[in-house]
Design a protein around this ligand. Sequence first.
Ligand code: ADP
Ligand code: MG
Length: 270
Amino acid sequence: MTTRNGMKRRNIGAHISVRDLCHRYRRHEELALSGISFEIKPCESIALVGRSGCGKSTLLHILAGLMSPTSGSVRIDGALVSGPSPDRIVMFQQPHLLPWMSVAQNVGLGLKFAGEARHERDEKVKELLRLVDLDGFGARNVQELSGGQQQRVALARSLATHPEVLLLDEPFSALDPVTRRSLQRDVRRIALDGGITLVVVTHDIAEAVAMADRAFIMAPNPGRLAEILKFDADLLAGTDREREMFVSAKAQLESAFERTYGRGSAAAAD
Ligand code: ADP
Ligand code: MG
């Protein structure tokens, strides 16, 4: 089956199950995470929200398998996560592109490592560039691109290996608001179309509402889940009704944020 973007649908999304997760970076130090349990359904999109230092990145890195928790478990479709995998890709605030390579070479890097033949790689790279709205940019030097375009290249590179889970650590926080909004929308659409489970770390309330089905609000010292909020609406299409629902979902999340962090904290959240 192919999606309307032409990308082959291979995934049905992964189910993530987290049980009693605790993490301590060093012996005798405070717990960075404590007693975290939750389930994420296939193709669901979750925003991890909370003030700096509450353990969002730590949790994301554990979900990716980049770090082992001190105790507790992460299972993806029932299998214990014990290390990194191309099925679970992390995108960071910086796109981390290789400046001496073209856009197409950067996007095709994972395919090259996977041993794909040149011809197939070129075809896939073209398709990926179309998907992230960078059609015709393949031969360009990555340094000539804007921050938003570079993040799109990083996104295309992340999607090349058909990840089942995309983990985003404040990926758009260095971008201007307009660029940021278009990337939020595009990533959400691509994930829905491609059957990808999304986890987005953000301290921006509007970003959480725009991208997620549910928000997990985290509290600090030790990092833990304070509240889970479900958004009712699909907020992508931008009709008047949806704009209203967006405003109301944002207000709900702001209230939840203030229950955890105190009055006035949501306004200062970003
Ligand atoms: P967030 O992403 O929400 O800002 P982090 O997950 O980065 O929070 O950090 C959570 C806590 O763990 C903080 O107290 C931070 O100082 C600590 N921490 C993060 N990374 C390390 C590390 N590599 N070594 C020791 N402590 C760390
Ligand atoms: Mg962080």
